[in-house]
Design a protein around this ligand. Structure first.
Ligand code: 4NP
Length: 167
């Protein structure tokens, strides 16, 4: 079992797209693997809201439905809920890590593109941009999701009953 949380600022654009894309690809690539995939925002302004309509629209174009997701604010207890907390940008990674002292928990935190693609960089916030910015974010998140799965496959633990050897 692996539990992963994607984190951005509002949890209505980048991280719900990351959650939906990763979930869709992982279900295909890892039909046998137990997964908990979630997302959160370091800001709480949009808590309870569905993703931005532009994020829903671009995901729907590629057959990924994220319309049922609801924004949730990151909380320090998430360090106990997830194995991996992947931030969309350096500012949100710093914000997550600010809660770390005293929080405990097993979660490893990292920048998503760095962890998945070995490339230090941000998934830029498309909130103030246009449809083409959402398209670009989608494409980047799709390559990151595939690379993350490759990386996790390489370190896949063998747990009797839940795992099969990598294909
Ligand atoms: P996200 O984008 O962090 O990718 O969800 C944003 C959404 C909302 C705001 C900022 C960024 N906002 O300021 O409300």
């Amino acid at each position: 079992m692996i539990a992963i949380q994607f984190v951005c600022l509002g949890n209505i654009c980048r991280s719900p797209m990351a959650e939906g894309i990763f979930t869709a690809i992982a279900r295909e690539r890892w039909p046998e693997r137990d997964l908990i995939i979630a997302s959160a925002g370091t800001g709480g302004w949009h808590a309870g809201n569905p993703p931005d309509p532009r994020a829903c629209a671009v995901a729907a174009q590629y057959g990924v439905d994220i319309s049922q997701l609801r924004a949730r604010r990151f909380q320090p207890d998430d360090f106990h809920r997830y194995d991996l907390i992947l931030a969309m940008d350096a500012a949100n990674l710093a914000e997550v890590n600010r809660y770390r002292p005293g929080a405990g928990g097993r979660a490893q935190t990292a920048l998503y593109l760095d962890y998945a693609l070995g490339r230090v960089g941000d998934v830029e916030d498309p909130y103030y941009g246009g449809a083409e910015d959402f398209e670009a974010v989608y494409a980047l998140l799709e390559s990151a999701a595939r690379a993350l799965i490759d990386r996790l496959d390489a370190v896949r633990p063998i747990t009797p009953g839940t795992m099969r050897p990598a294909q």
